[in-house]
Structure formats: structure tokens, C-alpha cells
Design a protein around this ligand. Structure first.
Ligand SMILES: Nc1ncnc2c1ncn2[C@@H]1O[C@H](COP(=O)(O)OP(=O)(O)OP(=O)(O)O)[C@@H](O)[C@H]1O
Ligand SMILES: C[C@H](N)[C@H](N)CCCCCC(=O)O
Ligand SMILES: [Mg+2]
Length: 220
């Protein structure tokens, strides 16, 4: 692995997966091989008796090489609730996640890891997403869904990332709503408040095209 990033967001449902897949396409267009991971997922359907999560499947599908599902997503919980509740019977063990991550690192130039929920979402009864990111030791990309309330959430999350001792490599604006009053001013405000580069603005897409989204991203 040359590069790896941990993708977090201001909340659940803010565009982390879409941004992660757009980043995977971006790196592929740069001639890099990419794999991804969604170590902890809650909200799964059952396929041939096994729990499967849509984020993890999308990340698996967009990898440059074939990776088995349990490496991409070692913790797949059926209930769409906080992981420490959904995973009560099989709680997340970071050592297991790290072992899978080590496997992925040998497979590609770039490894992207999507978190679950926001920065302090619990992953088990004593650890949260920040502990997961810290254990992986990756620079963090912050995804912000541009909507009313996002300035507060983005500032809080950015401060928390920095306080965790990790580098924030940049932030991505995702337009998850078809129309937002004063979109540009919101983005300008976030840019002024977040002391990290903006990596791109992903436009609202009624029907997603990850290649189009990837053209909106720039990472040094
Ligand atoms: N660029 C976009 N244009 C339109 N809708 C979008 C865009 N990005 C995200 N969305 C909408 O927001 C939803 C949530 O996006 P996404 O699944 O990437 O969020 P998430 O932060 O990964 O959520 P989770 O916490 O469940 O992992 C998508 O299903 C889609 O409906
Ligand atoms: C079900 C959802 N889409 C995510 N997989 C889980 C989000 C957990 C959020 C926990 C919390 O912070 O309250
Ligand atoms: Mg997701």
C-alpha cells in the first residue's frame, strides 16, 4: 500500500459510501490499484444465509482485485442500528479488523476504509469509530452532506478528528439534496472554518454515476 485513507462523515447517511466509491474511481483513473473496506456495517440483508451490506458490496465491487466479502466487511450486523447494539452477540474486536486490513494492504496501491455513522459512533461497548481510525492509523477524510446544520456538525467532527491525534487529509462536500438555499455560501463557510483542504464538491445526482462524481475530486 502506498496510500490509505479512513473515510468518516458528519453523521450516518451523509454520503460516505458514495464519496468512497468516487475516490476509488478517482485513484483508478490515476493509474493506481485500489481496494476498500467497510469493517463494521449495521443494516444487512441475508443472501444464501450470510449477512450482506450494500455499502460493503459496492466497495467490494469497485476494487481493482477480487477480495472476499469477509475481508471487506468482517462485521456485518443485520439490524440497522448502532453497531454496539446490533452486534451485541458478536462484538467488534479491533485486532480482527487490523488483521483484515493488513491483508488488504498487500493487495493494492490505495486502501480506503469507510467508517460507520459519525466519528464517535460506538462500534462496541467500549470503543467508537475514532478508536477504529486510530488503530488503523490512517489519515482521515471528512465527508460533509451540505444541508442545514452541517456547519456545526462539520466543525465539531473536524475538531474531534484533530483531538484524536489523526491527520485530516481533507474534506468532501456532498450535495445529498436536490436544492439547498445558499449552497455556495455554505461551502465557502465550511472552507473557511475547516483547516484542511477541500477535495471536491460532489453534485446532487438523481441517478448516480461514480465516474462523473470522481471527476470532481482532487487529492495530492
Ligand atoms: N451526490 C449525491 N447525489 C444525490 N444523492 C446522494 C448523493 N450522495 C449521497 N446521496 C444520497 O444519500 C444517501 C446516503 O449516502 P451514503 O450511503 O453514501 O451515506 P453514508 O454516509 O455512507 O451512510 P451510512 O452511514 O449508512 O454508511 C444515498 O443513498 C443517496 O440517496
Ligand atoms: C444504520 C446506519 N445506516 C448505520 N449503518 C449505523 C449508524 C450508527 C449511528 C450510531 C449513532 O451515532 O447513534
Ligand atoms: Mg455508507
Amino acid at each position: 500500500m502506498e496510500k490509505g485513507y479512513f473515510i468518516t462523515g458528519t453523521d450516518t447517511n451523509v454520503g460516505k459510501t458514495w464519496a468512497t466509491v468516487a475516490l476509488m474511481r478517482y485513484f483508478k483513473q490515476q493509474g493506481k490499484s485500489v481496494v476498500g473496506m467497510k469493517p463494521v456495517a449495521s443494516g444487512c440483508f441475508i443472501e444464501q444465509g450470510m449477512p450482506r451490506n450494500l455499502d460493503a458490496l459496492l466497495i467490494q465491487k469497485n476494487a481493482s482485485v477480487q477480495v472476499s466479502y469477509d475481508v471487506v466487511n468482517p462485521y456485518a450486523y443485520q439490524l440497522p442500528v448502532a453497531p454496539h447494539i446490533a452486534g451485541m452477540k458478536n462484538p467488534v474486536e479491533l485486532a480482527n479488523v487490523l488483521a483484515k486490513f493488513e491483508q488488504l494492504k498487500t493487495l493494492a496501491d490505495v486502501v480506503l476504509v469507510e467508517g460507520v455513522g459519525g466519528w464517535y459512533a460506538p462500534i462496541n461497548n467500549h470503543q467508537d469509530v475514532s478508536d477504529l481510525a486510530l488503530a488503523l492509523g490512517l489519515p482521515v477524510i471528512l465527508v460533509v452532506a451540505i444541508k442545514l446544520g452541517c456547519i456545526n456538525h462539520a466543525k465539531l467532527t473536524f475538531q474531534a478528528i484533530v483531538r484524536s491525534g489523526l491527520v485530516c487529509a481533507g474534506w468532501i462536500a456532498v450535495c445529498t439534496e436536490p436544492e439547498l438555499l445558499c449552497l455556495d455560501s455554505n461551502i465557502q463557510t465550511l472552507n473557511a472554518l475547516l483547516n484542511t483542504p477541500m477535495l471536491g464538491v460532489l453534485p446532487f445526482m438523481e441517478s448516480v454515476d461514480f465516474d462523473i462524481l470522481s471527476t470532481q475530486l482532487t487529492l495530492c
